[in-house]
Design a binder for this molecule. Structure first.
Ligand SMILES: CC(C)(COP(=O)([O-])OP(=O)([O-])OC[C@H]1O[C@@H](n2cnc3c(N)ncnc32)[C@H](O)[C@@H]1OP(=O)([O-])[O-])[C@@H](O)C(=O)NCCC(=O)NCCSC(=O)C[C@@](C)(O)CC(=O)[O-]
Length: 455
């Protein structure tokens, strides 16, 4: 019998900079953002508009902070309202594939127990043609709207009241494929019981006139026997043979099914994983009807060499498995991703502010921070459809709200610069108001130079 491991909180809870915290709590469409929008200095990512290497190729981000990020947090349950705002902020930043929760046992993973409560509160799925941050207005959705649509409709007005078309920061949308605008809210489903709970919820919601709550489930399997026992509480073969009815039922109801394979590089209990074991499990999931497989480095021990080895094995199998979920435990996630990008990596699972970990992989940190991934991709000339500035705002808001450290170095750096600029602008205003314009300008110059030089 496998007992639930005692895992210490992964994140310390430092007191965030009060000024940063105050700004992080402000609504993105409110004064701080407005001021920044007016500032020529807003676009810290302006220098990213290079086109080399990636040649503008679109790389999809699957954002997992609301599920993988929160599932491991100890202490009081994160309020459903915070999760809802998180999803809205992610949508506002341009993310479209947002994993929002799990239908697992609430007593095993308490932070996911409110998933049935959360789903009906989210901006309704609009299916096709949700406007990208910079895209043209979309036609009205033909799908039925949820009862909450009047207060939270994203097809006609974006969730945070931001008119995307007025944003000065324009991403190069000409390079984004049409499906980049589609919203998906995948939810983790371990077994038929979990799937039945989802369907029951949908039926109750539909009876009230609500629309689809999700169009995607994700099933998860380990590449190793030991992790299957720890995570799914059953032997690997038993889990694999239990999934076809779940997947068939989901497909028959029009849901798409994503497959996760965990521990693709190493297992916290059995050591290095053989690439052929990963390929064998992934192949079974694909044969069952999963539309894609996310290869999960659960322990975060992957490096460019081990990923290259696995990549070669998946390629030799003749099956496309070019989607990965790297935890960043040993800080090599970005290096690994950069190695895989020229090899055809097309989708990356990542977590806002690097939030997360796995309850069954002691010491593992969260998925690689989304801010760091987006920054790197844009820098290398790939497109994501994501507004880095808004993402950074969301990451700082999330870390501050939860009282945890923001694990995104990009997020911290960009936010610090913005705070410094804001401070400088305030100093300048004060100096001008007091009639000391020249002195004020000199003071501002000093603040900006200090900040940029210091990073
Ligand atoms: C897998 C289970 C559900 C099996 O749970 P179990 O207890 O082994 O299931 P069981 O079949 O023995 O049933 C025992 C009781 O649980 C109930 N039950 C059974 N299933 C469910 C369900 N779905 N929801 C609610 N209740 C459920 C079931 O109905 C029964 O209740 P009773 O009849 O005695 O009253 C459990 O072990 C569990 O919840 N584990 C947590 C797994 C988890 O969430 N892990 C973290 C996510 S995976 C991950 O993070 C890795 C990933 C995906 O991110 C990739 C990567 O980065 O590596």
């Amino acid at each position: 019998m496998v007992t639930r491991p005692q895992v210490q909180a992964v994140y310390p809870s430092p007191s965030p900079d009060p000024e940063i915290a105050a700004n992080a709590h402000s609504h993105p469409s409110q004064s701080f953002s407005d001021k920044v929008l007016q500032s020529e200095e807003r676009l810290i990512s302006r220098e990213l508009k290079v086109k080399h290497g990636g040649q503008g190729r679109f790389v999809r981000i699957v954002e997992v902070s609301a599920r993988d990020g929160l599932q491991n947090l100890h202490g009081p349950a994160v309020p459903t309202e915070v999760k809802r705002e998180l999803v809205e902020r992610l949508l506002d930043a341009g993310l479209r594939n947002i994993e929002v929760g799990s239908f697992v046992r609430g007593d095993w993973v308490p932070q996911m127990a409110d998933t049935p409560k959360l789903l009906p509160t989210l901006p309704p799925l609009t299916g096709q043609n949700l406007p990208l941050p910079q895209g043209p207005p979309s036609p009205p959705s033909s799908r039925p709207e949820s009862p909450s649509a009047s207060s939270s409709t994203i097809s006609s007005s974006p969730p945070l009241g931001v008119d995307f078309n007025t944003l000065r920061h324009k991403l190069d949308t000409t390079l984004l494929p049409p499906q980049a605008g589609e919203v998906h809210y995948p939810v983790l489903v371990p077994n038929m019981r979990g799937f039945d709970n989802l369907i029951k919820l949908q039926q109750e919601w539909s009876a009230k006139g609500g629309g689809p709550l999700t169009d995607e489930i994700a099933v998860f399997v380990s590449a190793t026997e030991a992790f299957s026992q720890a995570n799914n509480h059953a032997p690997l073969e038993k889990i694999l043979s239990s999934l076809p009815p779940v997947i068939n039922k989901a497909l028959s109801l029009g849901l798409r099914v994503r497959g996760y394979v965990s521990c693709v590089i190493t297992c916290p209990y059995s050591g290095p994983t053989e690439p052929q074991d990963v390929v064998a499990v992934a192949q079974r999931l694909l044969d069952m009807g999963c539309y894609e497989i996310s290869l999960g480095d659960t322990t975060g021990e992957g490096d460019p060499a081990s990923w290259a080895r696995l990549w070669a094995a998946t390629r030799d199998s003749g099956v496309d498995m070019s989607r990965v979920a790297c935890h960043d435990t040993f800080s090599l996630a970005l290096s690994s991703l950069c190695t895989l990008l020229p090899e055809g990596l097309c989708s990356i699972d990542s977590s806002l502010a690097g939030l997360g970990g796995c309850p069954y992989s002691p010491g593992a940190t969260g998925n690689v921070p989304t801010e760091d991934v987006v920054y790197t991709l844009h820098k290398l000339g790939y497109e994501t459809g994501v507004d880095l500035d808004k993402l950074v705002e969301a990451g700082n808001w999330l870390a501050s709200t939860l009282g945890v450290r923001n694990e995104s170095r990009v997020g911290r750096a960009i936010w610090a610069r913005r705070v410094a600029r804001e401070r400088a602008a305030q100093q300048q205003q004060r100096a001008q108001a007091s009639g000391a314009g020249v002195a004020g300008k000199e003071g501002t110059k000093g603040v900006l130079e200090d900040t940029e030089d210091g990073m």
